[in-house]
Each structure stands twice: as structure tokens, then as C-alpha cells.
Design a protein around this ligand. Structure first.
Ligand SMILES: CC(C)(COP(=O)(O)OP(=O)(O)OC[C@H]1O[C@@H](n2cnc3c(N)ncnc32)[C@H](O)[C@@H]1OP(=O)(O)O)[C@@H](O)C(=O)NCCC(=O)NCCS
Length: 224
């Protein structure tokens, strides 16, 4: 996979091509949708307005994976993503001449994942990481994590921390692959179901072990 942090085109195994770039205000509606889809219990704590204020917060850094490929949305997808009437009206015009059903929408480009970082002095905290449901297992979560780690390092973070649900084996596997270790547990951290969180961290982004592991993982990515 050809990979570049901010502006490079990324080619994945399923040939979805996408860029990773910093979030802009126009991305917020789609990020909010992905947030609700990926974190159904938690998104009540991350309203649309909080993403908007994060854009002006110099300690907060969101990046998105953005695909330029058109996407066809069927009725169920439109309902489940709660796509606004304005977007529906606007996008219907684009599909008028095609053989699609009148209820289908065609998007021109869309956000397929995002990652959020909070930088506090020499520590970075990953606040959220998600890939859209139908784009999972294509390396997008991994590319977003790589970009978050690189951003953290470039902003001077020596430690990177995060919380993850104790039941979330998929995310834990991704973090373990990138050298995060379990350093603690936060009891009943998630208020929707009182689930515990594991606290995971990369203790030193300067350590020889981490640097060599991270370099190898990035090199392995470029073989796709
Ligand atoms: C966690 C998440 C971001 C992974 O995104 P993704 O784009 O599907 O992940 P990738 O394709 O980049 O996979 C990277 C690694 O994640 C792990 N992983 C991903 N899907 C997995 C699965 N179904 N089973 C086991 N491990 C899995 C593996 O370690 C994988 O590396 P590998 O390909 O070498 O096995 C995605 O599942 C998601 O959005 N989940 C919901 C939100 C969430 O839980 N976020 C984390 C909050 S702490």
C-alpha cells in the first residue's frame, strides 16, 4: 500500500483510494455520523458542537481518511446514517440521469474514518479512532493510527495514551500491534453499560524498540 500522512494517495487491498488529512469544518457532519455508527453508546458525549469547538482548540487534532470515489447509498443506509434533507435534495440531482433508483443517493466523495488526538505537554491522548462500518479491514484504521502517532511525535509527545473498552478485542489487537501496552484499568468508565476501560500506552516514543517496531510496520504497509 502506498502511504503518505497528509496528502498522499493511499491504495488499499480493496482498491479504495483515500487521503489522510487534517479535519476541516465541512467534514464535521460526516465525522459525526461515523462517530454515532462506531460508538453508539458514547456519542451523546461528543455532540456536533464539540467537534466544531475542537477545530479552534490548538491542543486537539483530528485527521480524516477521505475517499474521492463515489458511493451509492441505498434507502437503508440513508436512514441509518440520518442523512439530512438538504444533502438528499442536493445529491439526488446528481443521480437523475443514471439508472439508479430514485431513492438512491450518489456521493461524490466522503469521509471513511477519523482519529482524534489531544496533546498535553509531552503526552498525546487518542480520544477517538473509527473506520466506517463498510470500509473496515482495509488498513484504514491502521493508517489513521500511524498518522496519529506521527502527529504526536511531530508535536513533541513522548507518551501516547488511550482508553479502550475491555470487550473491544479488535481495537486492542490494533493497539498491541503498534506497541501500546496495558498499563491500567478504569472501572465502570463507560456510562452507557458501566463497562471497564483498559488504559493503554506507548510509554516512550523515543525508545529504540518502539522506533524500530514503528518503522517496520510502516514499511510493511507500503507493500500493499
Ligand atoms: C478499531 C477500528 C478503527 C479498526 O479499523 P479497521 O480499518 O477495520 O482496521 P484495519 O483494517 O486497519 O486493521 C488493523 C489491525 O486492527 C486489528 N483488527 C482489525 N479488524 C479486526 C478483526 N475483525 N479481528 C481482529 N483484529 C482486527 C488487527 O490487528 C489489524 O491488523 P492485521 O490486519 O495485521 O490483522 C474499527 O474496527 C472501528 O472503527 N471500530 C469501532 C470503533 C472503535 O472501536 N474504535 C476504537 C476505540 S478505542
Amino acid at each position: 500500500m502506498f502511504y503518505s500522512i497528509w496528502h498522499g494517495k493511499i491504495q488499499t487491498m480493496r482498491e479504495t483510494s483515500y487521503n489522510i488529512r487534517p479535519m476541516i469544518e465541512a467534514d464535521i457532519a460526516e465525522i459525526s455520523e461515523i462517530d454515532k455508527e462506531a460508538f453508539p453508546g458514547e456519542s451523546i458525549f461528543r455532540p456536533f458542537s464539540s467537534f466544531k469547538s475542537d477545530i479552534n482548540n490548538s491542543s486537539v487534532h483530528y485527521s480524516v481518511a477521505y475517499s474521492n470515489e463515489p458511493e451509492i447509498l441505498r434507502t437503508e443506509e440513508i436512514k441509518s446514517r440520518k442523512i439530512s434533507w438538504f444533502k438528499r435534495l442536493w445529491q439526488h440531482r446528481k443521480s437523475e440521469s443514471s439508472e439508479l433508483k430514485s431513492t438512491d443517493l450518489v456521493t461524490e466523495g466522503h469521509i471513511i474514518g477519523f482519529v482524534g488526538l489531544w496533546i498535553m505537554l509531552d503526552e498525546a491522548h487518542i480520544t477517538a479512532l473509527a473506520t466506517r462500518n463498510n470500509y473496515r479491514r482495509q488498513g484504514i484504521g491502521e493508517a489513521l493510527l500511524i498518522s496519529a502517532i506521527e502527529t504526536s511525535i511531530s508535536l513533541g509527545s513522548q507518551m501516547i495514551t488511550l482508553e479502550v473498552r475491555i470487550s473491544n478485542a479488535i481495537a486492542q489487537a490494533l493497539y498491541l500491534k503498534y506497541g501500546f501496552i496495558i498499563v491500567g484499568k478504569r472501572i465502570r468508565y463507560y456510562s452507557d453499560n458501566n463497562e471497564d476501560a483498559l488504559l493503554m500506552s506507548i510509554e516512550s516514543t523515543n525508545s529504540v524498540n518502539f522506533k524500530s517496531q514503528f518503522r517496520k510496520l510502516k514499511e510493511a504497509d507500503s507493500h500493499f
